[in-house]
Design a protein around this ligand. Structure first.
Ligand code: SAM
Length: 394
């Protein structure tokens, strides 16, 4: 099954470049901690102001971002790539990479270092000139490092104001990582998901893959689920992951509004751990929401055909819970519905891809080495129905 990603963390040469980069800004330890705290607030309580805040152009915030969020978002992007590659190995062959809202290049660099080495053309877009400058220095540093034995391909950066989306060529991997939630809705365009789906449909070519990553917070994830529905309602899109079907998202129909998100065990690099410790963050696991779609160019399937496309596959979308009979159970998403899985395979984790064998039992299809640790006490029935886990805020 596909290939196995060795690590979700940036490799040592890239970590060295990052360290050099943050050390060029002289900021006291206290100021670093305050800047990271401010960023956390911006990404959580102050989300309504984020669209207007060009925080990566402010040196102390950029510095804090590079210490903490860059390695975390690199790991998130690597995790999402891994999940897509499990079901769509062709992702490794795409040779054009566009990173929208690239910031310092976390998703582009995760592609560079986690997919098998291959010459690819990278174009990174962002509103922040300073963030793009960091991305360029990181890549130049990697080019000069004898320890990087990869084809780094071509690398360009361009300023762009989203939600404008540049037209991409066939066979592009288009990243929209941790930025969709920062785009305010443009009333003139209509509802955000519809307007963005329309723009994406106009600007992407068949054979391309769009990979969105979002924080695992409820609001942004529900927006992502709405974008999912808006895209699959249009001809020419096929969902690759996490959904195993092509029906509208069943979670949007549930009153408690559970949201589709995943966790993985994250061992932050040392300098990220130091930054996190100043805020009392332990970061034992990282979380994200993601959505990968292939632009097929084909006619849309009928709703019925969409729901039946992968009838034997399911995705685990909850942590372990306890059923009314005291047995372990999970929620799975299968064939366009959220169902209880009362006889889970052993082991079983949120995010697992399952396939139904004859007789109706499910087995795990894909494996990875980044499982979150099992919780000591399984949640009791009902407690986790809405799946209240907060994910990590940023
Ligand atoms: C949370 S950062 C994510 C950066 C990177 N993709 C990552 O995963 O680490 C969001 C990025 O989107 C950019 N951004 C936000 N709104 C934008 C807009 N309207 N136009 C262009 N870039 C924007 C910000 O400058 C920032 O670099």
């Amino acid at each position: 099954m596909a290939y196995h990603l060795p690590s979700l963390n940036p490799p040592d040469p890239l970590m060295r470049m990052l360290r050099d980069e943050v050390e060029t800004t002289k900021v006291s330890r206290n100021a670093q901690a305050r800047a990271l705290e401010d960023l956390f607030k911006l990404f959580t309580q102050q989300r309504s102001t984020i669209a207007r805040n060009d925080y990566l152009s402010v040196p102390r915030y950029r510095n804090a971002y590079l210490r903490y969020h860059f390695p975390l978002n690199f790991a998130r992007a690597a995790y999402a790539l891994q999940k897509v590659a499990e079901v769509y190995p062709r992702i490794t062959e795409l040779d054009q990479v566009i990173d929208l809202g690239a910031g310092p290049g976390s998703a582009a660099l995760a592609t560079l270092f986690s997919l098998p080495s291959k010459k690819r053309n990278y174009v990174l877009y962002d509103r922040s000139r300073a963030a793009l400058g960091v991305a360029r220095r990181l890549v130049d540093g990697c080019r000069a490092d004898a320890g990087v034995k990869r084809d780094l391909g071509s690398f360009q950066t361009r300023r762009l104001q989203l939600p404008t989306i540049p037209t991409s060529s066939e066979g592009t991997l288009l990243w929209i990582a941790m930025v969709y939630n920062e785009l305010g809705s443009n009333r003139r365009d209509g509802p955000k998901a519809e307007a963005f789906a329309e723009r994406l449909t106009r600007s992407t070519r068949p054979g391309s893959v769009v990979l969105l990553v979002e924080p695992a917070l409820r609001g942004p994830t529900i927006e992502l689920m709405r974008l999912h529905d808006a895209l699959i309602a249009r001809p020419g899109w096929r969902v690759l992951a996490p959904c195993t079907h092509e029906a509208p998202c069943p979670l949007l129909e549930i009153r408690s509004k559970p949201w589709c998100h995943f966790h993985f065990r994250w061992r932050p690099p040392e300098f990220t751990r130091h930054a996190a410790e100043s805020l009392g963050l332990k970061s034992p696991q990282a979380s994200l929401a993601f959505l990968a779609l292939e632009r097929t160019g084909a006619q849309s399937l009928s709703d019925d055909a969409k729901a039946k496309r992968s009838p034997r596959r399911a995705r685990v979308i909850s942590d372990k819970m306890t059923s009314s009979t005291g047995k372990p159970m999970f929620y799975i998403c299968a064939e366009g519905a959220r169902n209880q899985l009362k006889s889970p395979p052993q082991p079983c984790w949120r995010g697992d891809l399952l396939e139904q064998a004859q007789g109706g039992t499910y087995r795990r299809l894909a494996q990875d080495g980044n499982r979150p640790r099992e919780r000591r006490k399984p949640t009791t029935k009902g407690q986790n129905q809405g799946d209240q886990s907060q994910g990590d805020a940023s």
